[in-house]
Design a protein around this ligand. Structure first.
Ligand code: GLC
Ligand code: CA
Length: 561
């Protein structure tokens, strides 16, 4: 596949983005919880990684039922994370280093503690009464439909006061907003403009495909196991959603140079032209094809399905192709705060952890698109291996564990799936130094620091030239010096090969050819396509053309003749 090149890229297309899980990044005041001043104190770490956009997970006032994805006040910072002055200071200090702050806008739902919901539940007679999705019970008093929320259990909760049910795509503590009400849309635009005026560089739009509810609420096809029907199939990406999003875009984004990335589960490749590019509603969207590669079905949490490297590679080829057709841009993501760690997710556990991490880093930073590094990914973090459900914090993990048991899975099976998928794996505190609490905090962290922190931490890795961190730093520099890694087109090579992921990035003057061995065995390939090229980067000393050692990644470059 060839992409059109040329044309000046926008700043966010040339950037490396970095996701910070605010609660777990760095604690500056010794309460065991990461905070904004902690982030400000580590901006130089990010600068060295070549990062120029930081996506912060929600740090607004929140009762933290879902760690900030339940917002009680969009205009204020949660005291656990700091003050508005701390936020302004962070934005300013980041700006000095050429880094922009990207906020997470959670607009499908609020917290049940939000004043808007508190008013709304007071009855049908106030100005917020129609701000949420209130529906009368069925005649027998049961919920309006049989929908299952994404975190499990009914998506409806009965409110004694209003004698009605309200809808929640996620937890009962996260009631869905009623986007059909123009006053709601207007208020959400004001929230976004408030943050644009604070100087942020962009927005990640949480769970955005769920905002438009269908015209009529009707039952879905129930699963025998719990007599419920997954809400995703009923409410994701319904007709009319784009009107709301176009309205948002012209009110908030037009005339600014911010970028937007939508968390858009449920958008199919052929729909991309409506979502990204000139006529779309966002600059990029996060898709789920890769992270869900081993999930047979969204409602069945304990099962996995097998996948091959060909499937993995096709995700990139197909996504890049469809983004290109749409005239849009691709976000490259292997991990985020909802996903397991990529070296555990995409590879079997073996004794070559660093090599696995470097292989994936090479992919992340040489693929066409804007790479998003999840905090800790640059240090080679792997999944937690806690042995009891009591050790976990994440509410969706706990719910899924309980629902798995209720569905007849054994405790061992339920724990196995928790270890495979739990969102806590990507949420353990950052590891800055060897020693107690890994330099994350002087107090006991809210979530345990992972036991490998004496080896896998920023300070130790910084000193070791062969570390995962130094591999990231070198790759980030390479991405700047070899411009084809940013603006070059993408051509997959050897698509049928089940061991090697290989592709070429080429602009008008240079071409880079990348080879990544996805196995822990030595493998060979035909080096004819790099006969005129020179080695520029690799994970091993003395790379040999035509041969790759376990998980070896290597890049060759040549001028375009
Ligand atoms: C998104 C977030 C996730 C959150 C959910 C509900 O998927 O990434 O962390 O739990 O939305 O807001
Ligand atoms: Ca703190």
């Amino acid at each position: 596949m060839r992409n059109k090149t040329g044309g000046e890229l926008k700043w966010w297309q040339k950037t490396i983005a970095y996701e910070i899980y605010v609660r777990s990044f760095k604690d500056s005041n010794g309460d065991g919880i990461g905070d904004l001043n902690g982030i400000t104190s580590e901006l130089d770490h990010l600068k060295e990684l070549g990062v120029d956009a930081i996506w912060l997970t929600p740090c607004y006032v929140s009762p933290q039922a879902d760690n900030g994805y339940d917002i009680a006040d969009y205009y204020r910072i949660d005291p656990a994370y700091g003050t508005m002055e701390d936020m302004e200071h962070l934005i300013a200090e980041a700006k000095k280093r050429g880094i922009r702050i990207v906020m997470d806008l959670v607009f499908n739902h609020t917290s049940d503690q939000n004043e808007w919901f508190q008013s709304s539940r007071r009855g049908a007679e106030n100005d917020k009464s129609d701000w949420y999705i209130w529906v009368d019970p069925k005649e027998d008093g049961s919920a309006p439909t049989n929908w299952r929320s994404i975190f499990g259990g009914s998506a409806w909760t009965y409110d004694e006061g209003r004698k009605q049910y309200y809808l929640h795509t996620f937890l009962p503590e996260q009631p869905d907003l009623n986007w059909a009400n123009p006053a709601v849309r207007k208020e959400l635009q004001s929230v976004a403009k408030f943050w644009v005026n604070k100087g942020v560089g962009g927005f990640r739009m949480d769970a955005i495909t769920y905002i438009k509810k269908p015209e009529r609420f009707s039952d879905g096809e129930a699963d025998a196991k719990d007599t419920l029907a997954g809400i995703h199939a009923m409410t994701a990406n319904t007709d009319g959603i784009l009107d709301y999003l176009h309205e948002f875009k012209s009110a908030v984004q037009d005339g600014t140079d911010i970028f937007t990335v939508g968390e858009a589960n449920g958008v199919f490749p052929d729909q991309l032209p409506d979502w990204i590019g000139e006529n779309g509603v966002f600059d990029m969207i996060f898709q789920f094809g890769l992270v869900d590669i081993d999930l047979p079905d969204e409602n069945n949490w304990c099962e996995t399905c097998s996948w091959s490297l060909k499937d993995f590679k096709s995700f990139f080829a197909d996504s890049l192709q469809s983004c290109e057709t749409a005239g849009g841009w691709f976000p490259v993501v292997l991990e985020n705060h909802d996903q397991p760690r990529s070296i555990s997710h995409f590879f079997p556990k073996d004794d070559k952890r660093d090599a696995r991490a470097k292989a994936l880093a090479t992919l992340l930073l040489t693929m066409r698109g804007t790479p998003f590094i999840m905090q800790g990914e640059e240090l080679g973090f792997e999944n937690v291996s806690w042995q009891s459900i009591e050790d976990f914090d994440d509410i969706s993990t706990k719910n899924h564990y309980a629902f798995s048991l209720a569905e007849g899975y054994s405790k061992e099976q339920a724990l196995e799936s928790v270890l495979r998928f739990s969102r806590d794996s990507s949420r353990t505190p950052m590891q800055w130094e060897p020693g107690e609490n890994a330099g994350f905090s002087t107090a006991k962290p809210w979530l345990p620091v992972y036991p490998d922190h004496d080896v896998y931490n920023r300070t130790s890795e910084k000193k070791d030239p062969g570390s995962v961190l130094n591999h990231y730093i070198r790759l980030a520099k390479l991405r700047r010096t070899c411009r084809e890694l940013t603006d070059g087109d993408y051509t997959e090579l050897m698509p049928e090969n089940e061991q090697i992921f290989s592709y070429r990035r080429m602009n008008e003057s240079r071409k880079a050819t990348i080879f990544i061995n996805f196995t822990n065995r030595e493998v060979s390939y035909d080096p004819a396509c790099i006969s005129d090229a020179e080695w520029i980067f690799g994970t091993e000393q003395n790379a040999k053309k035509g041969l790759l050692r376990p998980y070896e990644a290597v890049i060759y470059e040549a001028p375009v003749s």
